[in-house]
Design a protein around this ligand. Structure first.
Ligand code: CA
Length: 223
């Protein structure tokens, strides 16, 4: 499981990020000041750090001094959106930079991009009783091996890695088929229908009318 450290002193923002990253299947730990973050980084390992700039005790920029030798990718979060701060964030070694207020969907997308860049994508994905072994390209559903075509499998992995996020038809199409989406094409819809049928995803794999598709976790997650 991907482990993410969230360093953000505004509890509401921290909770929102944690809730969404947990829903996306990641394991999160939240700390609320720079010193605690430095302490925890000496003891625990993380795959990614979401780091606020303005923090009590030790600022995000100062904390970068501790993080850089650990080679853990960082996404900066900050209310300060000036070019100067953005430059400072990126030159200090951060992978990305988000200005508050931000859309949580955008943060999730950037988290995925950074994890992929660092080859930290999960190789075993689970959704209810569906287990996908990405490396060996196998899928089981309720313990039984499911027969998926290569494109169906790619589509399933894309949906699993973006669970609870609405994926635009165009984006899915380009990602899986590598060509530009055409409105007349029924290919994507057909593949979705087959996935629903083969893996009993009728309830979880939602159609977002005229927009795209979303794989929805219906299990409640406590925060
Ligand atoms: Ca702050």
């Amino acid at each position: 499981m991907i482990r993410i450290l969230i360093v953000e002193d505004e509890k509401a923002i921290s909770d929102l990020i944690r809730l969404n990253l947990t829903k996306a299947g990641h394991q999160c730990k939240c700390v609320y000041d720079g010193m605690t973050a430095a302490d925890i980084l000496e003891e625990e390992n993380f795959d990614l750090i979401i780091l606020d700039v303005m923090l009590p005790k030790l600022s995000g920029f100062e904390l970068m001094e501790y993080i850089r030798p650990l080679k853990i990718p960082v996404i900066f979060l900050t209310a300060k959106g000036t070019l100067e701060d953005r430059m400072k964030g990126l030159t200090s070694g951060a992978e990305d930079y988000m200005v508050k207020p931000f859309e949580i969907v955008e943060l999730l997308a950037r988290v995925n991009i950074v994890l992929r860049r660092y080859h930290k994508m999960e190789q075993k994905l689970q959704f209810n009783d569906i287990i996908v072994d990405v490396e060996n390209q196998t899928v089981t559903c309720g313990g039984q091996e499911a027969e998926l075509t290569p494109k169906e499998l790619e589509l399933l992995i894309l949906l699993l890695r973006n669970r609870n996020i609405t994926l635009f038809r165009e984006k899915i199409y380009e990602e899986i088929w590598g060509t530009e989406y055409s409105v007349e094409s029924r290919t994507l819809d057909l593949h979705i229908q087959r996935l629903r049928k083969k893996l009993d995803l009728g309830k979880s794999l939602k159609t977002v009318f005229k927009v795209g598709y979303r794989l929805e976790d219906t299990n409640e997650i406590s925060v």
